[in-house]
Design a protein around this ligand. Structure first.
Ligand code: SF4
Length: 290
């Protein structure tokens, strides 16, 4: 498969740079999803030194947590260092359920504070590998590349959109020890990923075998309402965790004098329905329960 060869070349190039600039191996990040599993296997086949890292979001399905445990045991058996990161906020261990009352609002599409705290951290000052793909969204197509030096300011980012990008020399000679990113399968389609998984018999998260197309935080506000409703039907305990977190959030808002529009909801359950956008309005639950 040509795409496999190209991805391995990208990983080898990134590995050389990582050893030269950071004097440390590449870190392959894994969420427990299929794209990360493919990246781990490609890096292993590239024969380069790697470490593997997972951020425990606390909102992942139990199956994902068990899959990561099994995979890390397998990879450690192959001599690969594996690390699970546990998030902290304001210097203390945290979780999705602790964060919601602290932030005084549920995570939403426009305020996805949870990603910053629970998911997108780690690997600072290192060269990391992710399974980001252009095929996943239009936004990624316009903002992500084969190799990246991310920066808050757009004009300071270096993004190589293809393997022969004219900025490649700049990327290779840049000595800044900020985080760098390699996305070896950035140009793979869903079919490419599944064909590779099936032909190479790569172990994947068992959630896919139930027919789920995405693996990630249960109830993620970036997913569509119907998908989230299906997730809460499959993992009902997570609904309870959100409802309880929203209850605590309401108490914290009251203490802080931050009133909430009663049309949104006055209980954890009502806030949950508003947040899920499932069409259940405040007061309707009691009516439906009669
Ligand atoms: S719920 Fe969604 S937005 Fe929040 S950490 Fe998880 S993936 Fe990121």
């Amino acid at each position: 498969m040509d795409k496999e060869k190209t991805a391995i070349e990208r990983l080898k190039l990134a590995s050389d740079m990582s050893m030269k600039i950071y004097k440390q191996p590449l870190i392959v990040t894994t969420s427990g999803g299929k794209d990360s599993s493919v990246c781990v296997e490609l890096a292993r086949r590239a024969g380069i030194p790697i470490e593997v890292m997972h951020n425990h979001t606390t909102a992942d399905a139990p199956e994902t947590v068990y899959f990561i445990r099994r995979e890390f045991k397998r990879l450690e058996g192959l001599g690969i260092k594996c690390t699970v990161n546990y998030a902290t906020y304001k210097g203390k261990p945290t979780s999705m359920w602790a964060l919601i009352p602290q932030k005084l609002m549920p995570p939403t599409r426009t305020a996805r504070y949870c990603c910053e705290v629970l998911k997108e951290y780690g690997g600072e000052g290192r060269f990391i590998v992710t399974g980001v793909r252009w095929y996943e969204s239009k936004k990624r197509e316009n903002t992500r590349g084969v190799l990246e030096i991310p920066h808050r300011k757009e004009n300071k980012r270096i993004i190589l959109v293809n393997d022969n990008d004219e900025k490649r020399r700049l990327f290779e000679t840049c000595q800044i020890k900020a985080k760098r990113v390699c996305n070896p399968i950035v140009d793979w389609t869903d079919n490419d990923v599944w064909d590779y998984i099936n032909s190479e018999k790569i172990p994947v998260n068992p959630i896919y075998l139930e027919g789920w197309r995405r693996v990630g935080c249960i109830g993620c506000p970036l997913a569509c309402s119907k998908g989230r409703m299906r997730e809460f039907a499959r993992w009902p305990k997570y609904k309870q965790l959100y409802v309880m977190a929203f209850e605590r959030m309401l108490k914290e808002r009251e203490k802080a004098g931050a009133k909430i529009d009663p049309a949104i909801g006055t209980t954890g359950e009502e806030i949950y329905h508003w947040w899920l956008e499932d069409g259940v309005l405040p007061g309707q639950m009691q009516f439906d329960d009669l």
